[in-house]
Write a protein that binds this ligand. Structure first.
Ligand code: TXA
Ligand code: MG
Length: 330
């Protein structure tokens, strides 16, 4: 598998899945679409086939491969133990662009994981990938199907450019949906760590995890469950305003509106504008905010509130108002 044109490379659609599964079972390589990027696949349990992936890509031997399965049940083929949190994450994000790093078992060859005792596992959300995996009856080791160091391929033709003459089959599933690689999350440490950001964001992960370390090494703590929902919302539309001028511009666009803010904010508005004052100090504003909103929603059809986001002493107030306005700031 060294020079171009050693192997005749064909590109084919879903009707080539059976052929792809046959090639994989016989220890060959097949490129296939996933929802993130195209993968360069081989039977993860066949050391020679896995070695050929490294050769075809020119990939450094110390960079572990992700193993793809079609179902959570099948993951047990490669993994020693599955912690409860993995099941929770899969329930929410599988199939999808999330790779979980878990302890490998002894059946999975070390070459697949580049010599380390953990393995990245992913259940891709793509019909061709899933059918190929099912039909091959194994886990498929697959890095992105580019030459090492080049841009990841999101179309069959991109794979062809790098892999022509090196692999027999590229399954074509059109342009990939997500377009960047999966999020890699290490579950073998006390706090889960994002090793590579990707299709599943930190915010999404904190819907399931209490704590997660992002790829910059910062600990991200999930907001308390109630924080996710819109609270403190008046019965009429309500937005925040950075400055009296933007509040006024927004006011002019709506009938029967009112601008709410501190005395100092209100003073900067034209005198014929309908206004309501929160007072001036943080204590005063906090004391007044909820009762004022309840009064105003009964009289007006559109509420514009001074935005307090940049002022530390008003942080508790801002925290509530962020939900009142759905964080829409004009
Ligand atoms: O979206 C994706 O993840 C695509 C598709 C084909 O599934 N695959 C992909 O594979 O991007 P690759 O090999 O290009 O990138 C895998 C990344 C590498 O940065 C690798 O170091 C890391 O995942 N990785 C894999 N197994 C690991 C492990 N056991 N521990 C830590 N990092 C691991
Ligand atoms: Mg890659």
């Amino acid at each position: 598998m060294s020079s171009r044109n050693d192997v005749k490379t064909i590109i084919g659609g879903a009707e080539f899945i059976d052929e792809g599964a046959r090639i994989l079972k016989e220890g060959g390589l097949v490129a296939f679409p996933t929802e993130t990027v195209y993968g360069l696949g081989a039977d993860a349990f066949n050391p020679q086939a896995v070695k050929d992936i490294f050769t075809a890509k020119g990939r450094p031997q110390d960079n572990p491969l992700i193993v793809h399965f079609a179902s959570v049940e099948d993951v047990k083929m490669a993994v020693k133990e599955i912690p409860p949190v993995a099941y929770k994450l899969w329930e929410r994000f599988s199939p999808g662009p999330l790779t979980l790093v878990l302890p490998k078992n002894d059946k999975l060859p070390l070459i697949t994981t580049a010599g380390i005792q953990t393995v990245g596992i992913r259940i891709p959300n793509h019909p061709i990938a899933l059918e190929l995996i099912k039909k091959s009856g194994t886990g498929i080791a697959a890095p992105s199907a580019n030459t090492s160091g080049r841009v990841s391929p999101t179309r069959a033709i991109d794979v062809y450019e790098d892999m022509v003459g090196k692999i027999p089959l590229i399954l074509d599933g059109g342009q990939t949906d997500v377009g960047i690689e999966s999020t890699v999350l290490d579950l073998t440490k006390d706090i889960p760590i994002v090793l590579r950001p990707g299709g599943v964001t930190i915010e999404m992960l904190t819907e399931v995890l209490d704590k997660v370390i992002n790829h910059k090494g910062e600990v991200i703590v999930a907001e308390s469950p109630g924080m996710k929902y819109k609270h403190y919302a008046p019965t009429c539309p309500c937005v925040g305003a950075r400055a009296p001028s933007s509040a006024f511009a927004e006011y002019c666009k709506h009938d029967n509106g009112v601008i709410v803010g501190r005395n100092s904010f209100i003073k900067a508005l034209p005198s014929d504008v309908t206004v309501a004052s929160l007072g001036e100090s943080p204590a005063e504003c906090m004391r007044n905010i909820f009762s004022l909103l309840r009064d105003l929603e009964k009289k007006y059809d559109y509420i514009i509130i001074e935005d307090f986001s940049s002022e530390a002493e008003y942080f508790a107030l801002y925290n509530r108002l962020k939900k009142t306005t759905g964080n829409v700031i004009v």
